[in-house]
Ligand binder design. Structure first.
Ligand code: 5GP
Length: 112
């Protein structure tokens, strides 16, 4: 079981900013920007490379929630970055698909 599944199960604590039946959003333990939130599906899809057509609705839901959270966090006016790292070359460390929401300052390069 990945660390994110343990967060979903509430076996380890996290600063949860949003939760519904399909997804969970919580602040990154090692933030790379003033706002750094992870949006994850509750179903354990390991990587973006594992996405299938039946995940289209779920992924759309995650993207919409990411933008709603960005607005709630005050990021909508100046903008923000949404990132999905995929496997080793993409820099993925936790093999439970997640969207990074980063903002609160001008971002240069690749923060995550
Ligand atoms: P990845 O490199 O897989 O795209 O991103 C994984 C992210 O998860 C990293 O930014 C890392 O700081 C964060 N992370 C790893 N373990 C934990 C944890 O136990 N709690 C929280 N809140 N974030 C974590």
């Amino acid at each position: 079981m990945s660390i994110f599944e343990k967060i979903i199960q509430k076996e380890i604590p996290a600063n949860i900013v949003f939760e519904d039946d399909l997804c969970l959003a919580f602040t990154d333990i090692s933030p790379k920007a003033p706002v750094h939130i992870l949006i994850i599906p509750k179903t354990p899809i390991p990587t973006a490379a594992d996405l299938k057509p039946e995940h289209a609705s779920l992924m759309g839901h995650l993207m919409i929630k990411a933008t709603e959270i960005a607005k709630e966090q005050g990021l909508a006016e100046h903008g923000y970055r949404l990132v999905i790292n995929c496997k080793d070359h993409g820099g993925q460390e936790v093999y439970h698909l997640h969207i990074h929401l980063l903002g609160g300052k001008k971002l240069y390069g690749l923060p995550v």
